[in-house]
Structures are given as C-alpha cells and as structure tokens.
Design a protein around this ligand. Structure first.
Ligand code: SF4
Length: 291
C-alpha cells in the first residue's frame, strides 16, 4: 500500500491539493431515473459540502476560490487537482462536461483532474470526453462502490449492480484513467467478511486507489431515521481501524490509499462523533499505520 501523498509526489514531483468544484448536475439516484431519495447516507449536498460554491459559479471562479483557501498552507511548491466532487459529475451532456474540464485544465496551478461519479453514468460519449481529458493530464475517476454485496446495495438504495462497477473499471482503465474506489465499512447488516469481499472485488476489478470511510449518519438522510429508531450500529474508532488494517493487508503493494476515513461535514454530522476530532484521528492513523 502507498499513501496518496507518496503517490502524488511520485507522479507530480510535489504535494497536490484538491480544488473542489460543483457542477450543475444531480444524480440518477435522486431525480427518479434510477431511484429517488439517493443512497441512504448521502447528504442533501450530494457529498459535495466541501466545494467552494454551487454549480452556478463558473468553473474557473470555483477553482480560484478553492485554491485561495489552501494557498497559504500549500505554499508555492504544490500543484492542484480540479476535483469535480458533488453528486454525479458525469450525469450531464458530454459537451457540458467537456467545457467544464477544458476550463479547469486551463486554470493556473491545475495539473490533474478528478471526477466523482457512478458506474452507470459512463456512456460512450462521456467516456470519449474522459479519454480526451486523460490524454491531456492525469485523470482520476472516483467510483462509489461502497459494497460489493448486491443485497446491501439494495438496502442502501445504491440503484446499480456490482457487475456494472466491474465493467466500469475495465472501461475507465482502457481510456487511461486512474480509478479510485470508495468503500464504506459498517454498512447495515455487513460482517467483516462481507467488507473484505468488497475490497477483494475492487482489487480484482483493477482499481488503482481506495477511499475508505466508516458509515456516518448525517442530518436529513434516510439513515438518520434508522439511527433514531436504533436500527443501525455505528463503528467505534478502534473497531473501524481494525477493519481498515485488514483491508490494507489484502491490497496489492502498489495500491494507493487516498483516504483512511472520511470526516462528515461537522454541521450536519450526527454519528460517529469520534470523526469530529480530526487532529486526534489523523494522529491515530499516523501512529497506527506508521505514516
Ligand atoms: S450516487 Fe452518490 S450523489 Fe447519488 S445519492 Fe448516492 S452517494 Fe449521493
């Protein structure tokens, strides 16, 4: 396993920061074309609460603002990844996506593009846009697998089957994209073996990188109701990182771990509260995983 920092230094020669962007898109799992209400854990902001602006602000302005926010910390020897983060960033017309990526690529400091999407939103025309982008600069595509178990997937209202993820990874690799897979540990009803099965599925599919997170409960999500009714349990910190350690043990040596755990937006986070103390969690991760 290698860390994202090491990976970025190897590829770009310096530290990389993300400039989060929201496009004017939604998600097929929200607008009724695949499902309604979204995945049960997904916030109203479509997991894009860290983007600087909403989709009505131009891409260059969003990037400028996002870079300004981290510039002091990043210093002069750093590069930036234009991160299309909110909702399903390829759930739009190919021309809209192309324009957004072209604009992002021209922004000062941008050396790579990263796109968060779903496996079922990668049609031929969209793949062509992504392929052209990957020919210009490194392209990362993040896929929300969360679990390889189709029963759990139904329970969390993911609204696509795992086979679609496996096929999407194949297609993305064939156009030169670097694939990052999101996996959630602690989904309702999942045992540790089931969680490891999700990791193995992603490894076998050929995922290059991983973003792990514990299940967290956010306000105004269907998961909140299950939490209030005591129908779900949330992992404690040690318990969660025991699972992460077991997952890392089955990753290939060159797999990149981009995230050891997520930290839900503090304002709407209900549980687990241990993720709120980011400094303590980062120190714990560094100690435990020798980073
Ligand atoms: S696919 Fe992504 S954006 Fe859509 S509801 Fe699920 S987590 Fe939210």
């Amino acid at each position: 396993m290698i860390t994202a920092n090491k990976h970025f230094r190897d590829v770009f020669g310096h530290k990389m920061y993300k400039a989060s962007i929201s496009l004017d898109v939604t998600c097929p799992n929200r607008d009724g074309s695949k499902g309604v209400g979204g995945c049960i854990f997904c916030s109203e902001g479509g997991s894009g609460e860290f983007a600087a602006y909403c989709g009505n602000t131009s891409v260059p302005d969003q990037i400028k603002e996002a870079i300004a926010q981290v510039k002091k910390k990043a210093g002069t020897d750093a590069g930036y990844i234009a991160y299309f983060q909110s909702f399903t960033s390829t759930y739009c017309s190919p021309s809209y996506l192309k324009k957004a990526m072209d604009e992002a690529s021209l922004c000062e400091g941008i050396e790579a593009v990263s796109v968060a999407t779903r496996p079922d939103c990668l049609g031929g025309d969209i793949l062509d846009v992504l392929k052209r982008q990957a020919e210009k600069m490194p392209l990362y595509v993040e896929l929300g697998l969360q679990t390889s178990n189709d029963e759990t997937a139904k329970l969390i209202n993911r609204c696509y089957e795992t086979i679609e993820y496996i096929e999407a990874v194949k297609k993305l690799k064939s156009i030169g994209a670097n694939v990052i897979t999101h996996i959630i540990f602690g989904l309702p009803g999942e045992t540790k073996d089931m969680m490891m099965e999700s990791v193995k599925t992603a490894v076998d599919a050929g995922s290059d990188g991983y973003k792990f997170t514990c299940l967290y409960v956010l306000c105004n999500t269907p998961l909140e109701k299950l939490w209030e009714d005591n129908k779900i349990a949330i992992l404690e910190m040690e318990e969660y990182f025991d699972i992460v350690e077991a997952a890392i043990a089955i990753l290939p040596d060159n797999a990149v771990v981009h995230r050891f755990t997520g930290d839900g937006p503090k304002k709407i986070l209900i549980a687990p509260l241990w993720t709120k103390n980011k400094r303590q969690v980062v120190n714990y991760i560094n100690r435990r995983f020798g980073l």
